[in-house]
Design a protein around this ligand. Structure first.
Ligand code: PGA
Length: 252
């Protein structure tokens, strides 16, 4: 089942969040039910240990996702979690290829693509992350880097409704820095072109999220940029009020 094609505001809790954090999930879900969260689809991706409990708190309006999945469907892979297991726990989407995993776990484009394909086999929407380093941007290589990551990481057969791309410049993550609006517009326009070249007309329907230091204070300007179809939010997704302030930029 794919998410709807509305804009998507997804929270990535990373390795934050103990059981008490589920109260934030409840608060977000209740606000969505009251119609206070704007017109976007909302998702929270907590640590895997909290997924099943988060699903119980989430209600119909809030999607729960994973932060990673295995490329294989099952088998002898100690410590890994299959996409089908995430789905069994109630998740409906999964982030793959986050720059923290590409860096800390040496994940290649080919592995990220295999994970996205595994997510699709299990019926999950895949959020495929791409992003350049500061040095790559300063050298004028940002688009070349992103183009290569996209062609290597995005399954060429993907159903566009089950595919989301998150553009997250590595230097913007957790730093309080964001690219200039014109640079985001250029990059998202380029990603749109790449998706059309990769997937044909379906490339128009792929949602392209911006991620990296999205906060309530800058959400309005970031989410108004052309071809920005939502946000992948790290630190600001840990508290319901901040997350909801970002999501409600998409007014009903
Ligand atoms: P940040 O993280 O919003 O804390 O910068 C974004 C991310 O890594 O997805």
């Amino acid at each position: 089942m794919a998410l709807s094609s509305k804009p998507l505001v997804a929270g990535n809790w990373k390795m934050h969040g103990m059981t008490a954090s589920l109260d934030e999930v409840s608060a977000i879900a209740e606000a969505i039910e009251r119609g206070e969260a704007g017109a976007a689809s909302c998702a929270i991706c907590p640590p895997a240990t909290l997924i099943a409990a988060a699903v119980e708190r989430a209600g119909a309006g809030l999607t729960i996702g994973g932060q990673d999945c295995a490329a294989q469907d099952s088998g002898a892979h100690t410590g890994d979690i299959a996409a089908a297991m995430l789905r069994d726990a109630g998740a409906r989407l999964v982030i793959v290829g986050h720059s923290e995993r590409r860096a800390a776990h040496a994940e290649t484009n080919a592995l990220v693509r295999a994970k996205a394909e595994a997510a699709h086999r299990a019926g999950l929407t895949a959020i495929v992350c791409v992003g350049e380093t500061r040095a790559q941007r300063d050298a004028g290589d940002a688009m070349a880097v992103i183009g290569e990551q996209l062609s290597g990481s995005v399954p060429p057969t993907a159903d566009s409704a089950a595919l989301v791309v998150a553009y997250e410049p590595i230097w913007a993550i957790g730093s309080g820095l964001v690219p200039a609006a014109g640079d985001i517009a250029d990059m998202h326009g380029f990603i749109r072109q790449c998706m059309q070249a990769h997937l044909g007309s379906g490339g128009m329907a792929v949602r392209i999220l911006y991620g990296g230091s999205v906060r309530a204070a800058n959400a309005e300007s970031l989410l108004g940029i052309a071809n920005v179809d939502g946000a992948l939010v790290g630190g600001a997704s840990l508290t319901a009020g901040e997350f909801l302030a970002i999501a409600s930029v998409y007014r009903r």
